[in-house]
Write a protein that binds this ligand. Structure first.
Ligand SMILES: [Zn+2]
Length: 320
């Protein structure tokens, strides 16, 4: 059963690679059938607007349950939802998706306190023995994103309310790069500061995987829908037809264009000597207005972005 969670973890990480390397699945009307959710997984993450869970893992609606709060914390209300998810929806795995640059790390309690109204203060600070400790306890601020994930993992693992078969793992998301890191990647750093120091190296390692990964999905690209999208662009209007518009030109322009009319007028120049010659009528008659037909086309170019990733030679890695 543990293998299943590892498979799902691989699926999520692979989804994140596709998201990173723009091998992005087409949006389609979601077909939601089978079990709810499709995978027996609940993801707990932060409310941070930069985390689009479905997008960064290339998941579809119906795939997983998602719970969010400030700091991706284990709380009474999270426990409430988790118990429903477990007992009513057969959730077996919980993934805590923390992220770097979390607001809970940046909050200054002193400044926040000044913004709170009396009712909020009354609710939060009950004993007034240690004002800031009570504030901190209520908002659950923390100093380190990686340690926070560890703490939440511990809380879930030791929560007696949860059945023992529930498996829990952590992941760390970096909003600026879009990469998701598995426990085995960030855990060895134990604190975020160390992880940050090595961040470029960690990213580099992720990039090395691109060639291997492209080889792995080569068949999928060649046989799949990717090529279909590269077919001829369509030339249609909004009604699905090739439209034409008429462009009317003024007399001066039509004169320049209508060579026949010009020659005809020149051949009759002698008639100008005729006292009865109606010059205006002659002009109107002899210079017809041509209509130019210029097709108006809409070229629909499929939205395909070609990203040329920066590739590093593997040799340079070995030499390190
Ligand atoms: Zn956050």
């Amino acid at each position: 059963m543990t293998n299943e969670f590892e498979e799902i973890e691989d699926l999520l990480i692979e989804g994140n690679k596709k998201y990173q390397w723009k091998i992005v699945q087409e949006e389609e009307t979601p077909k939601i059938d089978g079990p709810i959710p499709k995978y027996p997984v609940l993801i707990l993450t932060c409310m941070d607007s930069r985390i689009d869970v479905h997008r960064i893992f290339q998941l579809k609606p119906g795939d997983v349950f998602v719970l969010r709060n400030a700091g991706n914390l284990y709380t009474e209300d999270v426990l409430r939802s988790v118990l429903i998810a477990i007992h009513e929806y057969n959730i077996k795995y919980i993934l805590i998706l923390g992220h770097v640059d979390c607001c809970l790390k940046k909050i200054r309690l002193g400044e926040l306190k000044d913004k709170l109204n009396d009712s909020a203060i009354k609710k939060i600070v009950r004993y007034r023995t240690n004002f800031y400790l009570e504030l901190q306890k209520f908002f659950k601020t923390f100093n380190d994103e990686i340690q926070n994930i560890e703490n939440q993992l511990q809380k879930f693992r030791y929560a007696k309310e949860l059945p023992t078969y529930i498996k829990i793992k952590g992941m760390l998301y970096a909003p600026y790069s879009g990469w998701v890191f598995e426990e085995k990647v960030f855990r060895k750093y134990s604190v975020y500061e160390n992880f940050a120091k090595d961040y470029r190296k960690i990213l580099k390692a992720k990039q090395f995987e691109l060639i291997d990964y492209l080889e792995k999905i080569e068949d999928e690209i060649i046989s799949g829908d990717v090529l279909k999208k590269l077919e001829e662009p369509e030339i249609i209007d909004e009604h699905g037809e090739v439209p034409q518009i008429e462009v009317e030109m003024n007399d001066q322009e039509s004169f320049n264009f209508n060579v026949d009319a010009l020659e005809e007028r020149n051949s009759k120049t002698s008639s100008f000597d005729d006292p009865n010659f109606d010059f205006e009528q002659f002009q109107n008659k002899s210079i017809p207005m041509p209509k130019l037909q210029i097709p108006k086309i809409y070229i629909h170019i499929p939205k395909i972005k070609v990203y040329v990733p920066v590739l590093y030679k593997k040799q340079s890695l070995k030499s390190e």
